[in-house]
Design a protein around this ligand. Structure first.
Ligand code: FPP
Length: 255
C-alpha cells in the first residue's frame, strides 16, 4: 500500500508527491549533518549562525522522523576530529546541545522520545556532559523514537576501544578468542543495542563517511544530497526514504 505524503512537501515540490510505503520505513536513519559553515558563508554570516540554524534542523528532522515511524535517529553532532576547529567554534558547538535541550527537552519528553548519546563524554565540557546526562536520564523510560547524538564520536576510536577491551579480556582469560564474532563486537560498540543504520544521509554534497559508524554502516544504504544541513527539512527526509524504498538490499547475496 502506498501512502501519499504530498501535504508534507514544501510549496515548490507540491507538484511531485513522494510515494512512501508505510511497510518499508527504515528503522534506523543516521545523518551526517554537513554544510552549516557553507550555508552561513553563502549568506555572508558567521559560521556559528550556520550551526545555530543546524540546531533548528535537528528539531525539524526529529519530529519528521518520529511522524514517519523511524525508530532510531542518529545525528553526528561532533566528531573526535572537530576539536581541530578554532576554539570559539568548538565552544559554540559544545554549548549547542545545552541550548537545544533547554528549548526542546520538554517537547521531546511529551513526544515520548528517548535521548541517547554515544562518544567519549569524558572529554566534553562539564556543562555539555551534564545537559546530555540529564536528557538521557529524564527520557530513559520513554518508548518512542530513540534520538541518538554522536557527540565527540569517532568510528575508529570506537573500534580501537572495543578491540582493546576484548584483548584485555582474552589476556585475563575471561574471553575465548573463538567467541569473538560480529554479534559480540556489535554489542560492545558505543551503538550497542541499536540495530545498524538502514539509511545513512549526508548533506552538503560531500560524499565520504568522515569516520562515522564505520562498522555499523557496512550494509547501510547511502543517500547524499547537495542541500546544506540548515536547509534540510521533512521534505528532504521523505525524498531520502522514498529513494531508500527503491533500493534493492541484497547484503552480498542475490535477489
Ligand atoms: C558540519 O558542518 C557540522 C558540524 C561539525 C556540527 C553539526 C552540528 C549541528 C548541526 C548542530 C547540532 C545540534 C545539536 C542539538 C547537538 P560544517 O561546519 O563542517 O560545514 P562546512 O563543511 O560547510 O564548513
Amino acid at each position: 500500500m502506498i501512502k501519499r505524503v504530498q501535504s508534507w512537501l514544501g510549496r515548490e515540490d507540491r507538484q511531485q508527491p513522494v510515494d512512501i510505503s508505510p511497510d518499508n520505513i527504515p528503522r534506523h536513519v543516521a545523518i551526517i549533518m554537513d554544510g552549516n559553515g557553507r550555508w552561513a558563508k553563502r549568506l555572508g554570516l558567521p559560521r556559528i549562525v550556520g550551526h545555530q540554524n543546524g540546531m533548528k534542523a535537528v528539531k525539524r528532522v526529529t519530529i519528521a522522523a518520529d511522524e514517519l515511524g523511524i525508530e532510531f535517529l542518529t545525528m553526528y553532532a561532533f566528531s573526535t576530529e572537530n576539536w581541530k576547529r578554532p576554539k570559539e567554534e568548538v565552544d559554540f558547538l559544545m554549548r549547542l546541545p545545552v541550548e537545544f535541550l533547554a528549548i526542546e527537552l520538554d517537547e521531546l519528553i511529551e513526544k515520548n522520545v528517548q535521548v541517547r548519546v554515544m562518544g567519549d563524554s569524558e572529554a566534553l565540557p562539564s556543562y555539555t556532559r551534564k545537559a546530555m546526562e540529564e536528557a538521557v536520564q529524564r527520557t530513559e523510560n520513554n518508548t518512542g523514537l530513540i534520538l541518538n547524538f554522536a557527540l565527540n564520536y569517532g568510528g575508529r576510536k570506537e573500534i580501537e576501544d572495543c578491540m582493546r577491551e576484548l584483548a584485555i579480556e582474552v589476556a585475563e582469560g575471561k574471553l575465548n578468542p573463538d567467541d569473538i564474532n560480529s554479534q559480540l563486537i556489535d554489542s560492545r560498540l558505543l551503538s550497542g543495542g541499536l540495530p545498524d543504520p538502514d539509511l545513512m544521509i549526508r548533506t552538503s554534497g560531500e560524499m565520504r563517511l568522515s569516520n562515522f559508524m564505520l562498522w555499523q554502516l557496512a550494509y547501510s544504504e547511502l543517500w547524499f544530497t547537495d542541500v546544506y544541513w540548515p536547509e534540510f527539512g521533512r521534505e528532504h527526509l521523505l525524498q531520502a526514504v522514498a529513494e531508500y524504498q527503491r533500493r534493492s538490499r541484497r547484503y552480498g547475496g542475490l535477489k
